[in-house]
Design a protein around this ligand. Structure first.
Ligand SMILES: C[S@@+](CC[C@H](N)C(=O)[O-])C[C@H]1O[C@@H](n2cnc3c(N)ncnc32)[C@H](O)[C@@H]1O
Length: 280
């Protein structure tokens, strides 16, 4: 256990039960320096304010709080996003969803894009960054999540319309979209993972639908058909064992050219298809 007698970078770094990586990130964060700076300045003496800030973060990390919340940021699609306990921590798997989304609008000029359940805004903002001509709208039922998404859009100098409400509720009348994307809550409420690791600290509304893990897909997919332009596409992230159910809903809703893509671990992770009004 470190005490307030231990005042140098060397004394704090990787010697308090945390890995060298994690304590280095916390130290760099507290000192406002890049992590490489620590190597060249390991004899730097922390001020008492720096030391107490570091010890507080170190203590919270040892209680299990996610690094992303302690640092207040996480990289996604090479952009730095502000995150906090009001939003899901961005996952690398979600980059696959953004990639599929960008392919789907690659040949459409000024596409209208809707991201449902935007959280920190990573999907909507990454699409808008990659396609500055796109008209991107994002919704979420959490006002606190939307506040973070708006902060991220501003920080990254991107214009995204952010609307509060459940799924399509902010659109009583249709604007029609070229692309609808979503990474909805998909964990079964009895899944023991909800009580483990980072998930213990993330907003429950971002993790589970409190039903069967599939209800958000039903709500989104069956309504999406009436919200897409002819030839418009939907792409959805899902759990590794949910592709079959999601594909079945897409088929029932009249989507065609349905595909599932695998994440880096080889799990089916993203499914989608296209909609023509004459499909069904
Ligand atoms: C799995 S998180 C995804 C967040 C972000 N899109 C991402 O990929 O990191 C799901 C998001 O959906 C939102 N959400 C849950 N139920 C919703 C509903 N009925 N209507 C709108 N948003 C909802 C949550 O607040 C949360 O931000």
């Amino acid at each position: 256990m470190l005490s307030d007698q231990a005042l140098t970078v060397k004394a704090c770094w990787g010697r308090n039960g945390l890995s060298r990586l994690e304590s280095g990130l916390l130290l760099a964060h507290v000192l406002g320096k890049p992590r490489e700076w620590l190597l060249a300045h390991d004899d730097h003496v922390l001020s008492s304010a720096e030391l107490s800030a570091f010890l507080a973060l170190d203590n919270r990390r040892r209680q299990g709080e996610p690094m992303a919340y302690l640092l207040g940021q996480r990289e996604f699609m090479s952009h730095c996003f502000t995150v906090g306990p009001d939003v899901l921590i961005p996952r690398p798997d979600t980059e696959l969803l953004v990639e599929m989304a960008l392919v789907s609008i690659a040949h459409k000029a000024a596409p209208a894009v809707l991201d449902l359940g935007t959280g920190s805004g990573i999907i909507a903002i990454s699409i808008a960054k990659a396609r500055p001509d796109a008209q991107v709208t994002a919704t979420d039922c959490s006002a606190r999540a939307l506040a973070i998404a708006r902060t991220n859009a501003k920080r990254l100098n991107i214009s995204v319309q952010m609307l509060l409400g459940k799924w399509f509720d902010p659109f009583p009348t249709s604007p029609l979209f070229d692309l609808i994307v979503s990474n909805p809550p998909y964990i079964h409420p009895q899944d023991p993972h909800l009580d483990q690791g980072d998930l213990r600290f993330e907003p429950r509304v971002a993790l589970t639908d409190e039903q069967d893990g599939l209800s958000a897909y039903q709500s989104i997919i069956f309504e999406a058909a009436s919200r897409l332009k002819p030839g418009g596409e939907i792409w959805l992230e899902h759990g590794f064992d949910q592709a079959q159910a999601v594909v079945q809903y897409l088929t029932q809703a009249g989507f065609t050219q349905i595909k599932t893509s695998q994440d880096l671990a080889g799990h089916p992770r993203v499914s989608g298809g296209s909609y023509n009004s004459c499909n069904s």
